[in-house]
Ligand binder design. Structure first.
Ligand SMILES: Nc1ncnc2c1ncn2[C@@H]1O[C@H](COP(=O)(O)OP(=O)(O)O)[C@@H](O)[C@H]1O
Ligand SMILES: [Mg+2]
Length: 342
């Protein structure tokens, strides 16, 4: 039987309720200065981000290093505090949950990080690593070893691995162990933060295939974070492109890859040729990203944008619906708004 608090959700498990809905989320870090640690400003790591993830869906999140991807993931996991906005899990705002309910929710959102060497405790054997959460939640079925062996089987590893330690495995196998641990608590959503970025290309493909198989078997949703659009396009149903704390374009993967609208998305595709995607040679993103502590006025991308217009320097663009996707760029506004073109 389900605990009462889960039944009191606004609209439990309705087909229309997205598994995750993020609304105008901001996660800012204060910059402290001086003897009295005065707040001198904020790093706007996540700055007004909205999106949904449906059940059984993979949303890719892509953008350069430092654009706020990890902070966004950590905020969803409850590891960072949101400065503003709302996170709804299965229709319920997590800001309304008490501590016990929040702990229960934690089980439903799991994470796989880039570097399993630092996220797997080197002094614990594989059995203890992948059953630690199960023990906390009293969810072990049969013996601990049996349960661990079953989970290892799910990620394509031999049951003999239970008594071995993380350092005895390759990077790809360690990542499989991390996935088994994430899977152990029967989550609905797994956040994969650069989960395959440290692996060789052939191993990356194996781990992505594993994730795709597990998704089918368990009706999982993924937020798949990577700086590499070519990796994201191999797994994601939809892709969100993040720039300096904001989502600048979001839509179906095939649309984003074959017909990118935002100049930043085009630049990302030019920088990394994507299978089946157009390669736009003369549109490589220029220069360094500005600091999220003092983002540029107007459109945040304007200092680097090859298509910059006068309006872009002054006015932040609104999000527009265009060909079934959302893009935040003045280029796609009605012609009247484009008179300021430089
Ligand atoms: N705990 C923190 N305190 C202050 N600034 C942070 C903290 N964590 C991340 N940042 C800053 O927030 C921005 C986004 O970082 P991050 O979310 O790690 O980006 P990404 O994962 O896309 O590389 C960066 O400018 C980073 O320096
Ligand atoms: Mg990161």
């Amino acid at each position: 039987m389900k605990p009462k608090s889960e039944n009191s959700r606004v609209n439990p498990h309705s087909a229309e309720t997205p598994l995750l809905a993020v609304r105008n989320l901001k996660t800012w870090f204060p910059i402290k200065r001086g003897l009295f640690s005065m707040t001198a400003g904020h790093v706007r790591a996540v700055d007004d981000v909205s999106f949904i993830i449906s059940r059984n869906e993979t949303l890719g999140l892509v953008g350069e290093s430092g654009c706020g991807k990890t902070t966004l993931g950590r905020t969803l996991l409850g590891l960072e505090r949101a400065t503003a906005g709302d996170i709804l899990f299965d229709g319920t705002s997590i800001s309304t949950l008490g501590r016990r309910q929040m702990n229960r929710l934690r089980r439903h959102i799991q994470v796989v990080f880039q570097d399993p060497m630092s996220s797997l405790n080197p002094r614990m054997n594989v059995m203890d690593i992948i059953t630690e959460g199960l023990e906390q939640f009293g969810m072990i079925e049969g013996s601990k070893q049996e349960h661990a062996a079953r989970l290892l089987g799910e990620v394509g590893m031999s049951p003999d691995a239970v008594f071995r330690y993380p350092h005895e495995f390759s990077g790809g196998q360690r990542q499989r162990i991390s996935i088994a641990r994430a899977l152990s608590l029967k989550p609905d959503l797994i956040i994969c933060d650069e989960a395959v970025s440290a692996l060789d290309v052939s191993v990356q493909a194996q781990v992505i295939n594993l994730l795709l198989g597990l998704q089918k078997g368990h009706r999982l949703s993924y937020l798949f974070i990577s700086h590499d659009l070519s990796v994201v396009s191999n797994i994601a149903d939809r892709v969100a492109v993040m720039y300096l704390g904001q989502i600048v374009e979001i839509g179906k993967t095939s649309d984003i890859v074959q017909n990118p609208l935002h100049p930043y998305t085009r630049a990302l595709i030019a920088a990394v040729p994507v299978a089946g995607g157009k390669k736009i040679e003369d549109n490589v993103v220029r220069g360094e990203a500005p600091s999220p502590a003092s983002p540029p006025e107007g459109c945040r991308f304007h200092p680097r944008c090859p298509e910059v217009m006068a309006v872009c320097r002054r006015v932040p663009p609104a999000e527009l619906d265009r060909d079934g996707r959302k893009v935040t760029c003045h280029l796609y506004e009605q012609p009247a708004a484009m008179h300021g073109r430089s």
